[in-house]
Ligand binder design. Structure first.
Ligand SMILES: [Zn+2]
Length: 402
């Protein structure tokens, strides 16, 4: 019996060691990836200035104020400032007792502009980000989506769909869709695989460990393209920062946890996916101008964890001048798309969701347009190797050719 036990434990140790090997290799690969990203940053192509200032920030952030979160204001402000974020759109959960959008961060703290918004539900079980928020945020759950959208529209607020996979009212008149959610992405990590990455890769490379699980949101982009083919709409990536996702193995939801590691501190999660917003140079970065630009679709998604995406540009030239993301251009004026990226990459151009051009290893592309439709671009950094040849670095908003 003793001999058997000895043998059993020996085998167990061998198995435990063998199981680590792929995760040790993944750590090595993540280190290589970090090196490649570092190198690519030294090869950035600086672009000539255009008529916009580009601002980068975060859409969809919670604190403990709205529940479901353990994050505090100080932690959030410090993370926004150290990440050089120009803005953060706060989206506190509603409360029956008080106006969470008024109590959350509003105004400029350090170098970052904060806008207090709400995450709201409607009786149709649709979920939206409303920016700015309001004292009646809790009441929308008693009415239909149409009533919510009418109200936000009359008050010139931003109404963005969050959790589009659960949206029922696709025909309603919202401003945009959260095509990618960091929260949803992190929740999909298999905890039994994730725990080993957490041990081996996360301590040295927290952002890249989380980013290695990113997948192109095929279904959400398809729904976006279907909608954009019919009407103007904008896309964005939501951070849905709660500062509360942890691996709490061997514990319960009451907070008794033997192993409890928070994997989404604001500091880490603010480096992953950002909204890059274009505002005319003669305008200041204010709440109103930010909302106006996001409503128009004058923005793109940058998964900046793979490299700083600032400087990307997507413009349609025609006889009447330049048209930018969110704009209309007339086919009869002769339209040419011009795409510039701050690093050499693969450009994929879509028309109403259908791929019409793919160009590898380029930083500039000019493309003649022959048909009407919503045109948008995805940029891929194939140089980072798989799986990043399938996960975009940049996703633009559309230009609409009529
Ligand atoms: Zn949320």
């Amino acid at each position: 019996m003793k001999k058997f036990l000895k043998r059993f434990f020996l085998v167990l140790i061998v198995v435990i060691v063998l199981v680590q090997i792929p995760f040790i290799y993944r750590r090595y690969q993540t280190g290589k990836l970090a090196q490649k990203i570092g190198e690519s940053q030294t090869q950035r192509i600086e672009r000539a200035e255009h008529i916009f200032n580009e601002y980068k920030g975060i859409i969809h952030a919670h604190t403990s104020l709205g529940g479901h979160s353990t994050g505090g204001f100080d932690e959030l402000i410090a993370a926004a400032n150290s990440n050089d974020l120009d803005f953060v759109l706060m989206t506190e959960h509603w409360s029956n007792e008080f106006d969470t959008s008024a109590l959350t961060l509003n105004g400029v703290y350090g170098k970052t502009l904060f806008v207090g918004g709400n995450e709201v539900d409607t009786a149709d079980s649709d979920r939206f980000l409303m920016i700015p928020g309001s004292a009646d945020a809790a009441s929308f759950r008693n009415g239909p989506t149409t009533a919510f959208l009418e109200k936000t529209r009359s008050e010139n607020k931003l109404a963005f769909v969050t959790y589009p996979e659960k949206l029922k009212s696709w025909d309603s008149n919202f401003d945009g869709i959260e095509v990618f959610s960091l929260h949803t992405s992190a929740k999909q990590i298999n905890p039994f695989i994730g725990i080993f990455d957490l041990i081996w890769s996360y301590p040295a490379y927290p952002e890249l460990t989380l980013a290695s699980y990113f997948k192109r949101p095929d279904a959400n982009l398809q729904k976006f393209d279907e909608t954009a083919a019919k009407r103007k709409i904008s896309l964005f990536a939501g951070t849905d920062a709660h500062s509360n996702i942890g691996f709490h193995l061997f514990g319960d939801d009451a907070g008794n946890k033997l192993i409890n590691i928070k994997i989404d501190p604001y500091e880490t999660i603010f480096r992953l996916a950002r909204a890059h917003v274009l505002i005319e140079k003669d305008k200041q970065l204010t709440r109103e101008h930010l909302i106006e630009a996001l409503k128009t679709g004058r923005s793109f998604i940058g998964f900046d964890v793979f490299g700083e995406s600032s400087g990307f540009s997507f413009v349609a030239e025609s006889a009447t001048g330049n048209h930018f993301m969110g704009d209309d251009a007339l086919l009869s004026d002769g339209v040419r798309l011009k795409i510039n990226s701050p690093n050499k990459a693969r450009f994929v151009v879509f028309r109403n969701g259908e791929m019409i051009n793919e160009s590898a290893d380029v930083s500039d592309l000019v493309l003649n347009v022959y048909g009407p439709g919503a045109y948008r671009v995805e940029v891929y950094l194939d140089s980072l190797g798989p799986p990043f040849d399938k996960m975009p670095w940049i996703i633009s908003n559309p230009i609409y050719v009529r």
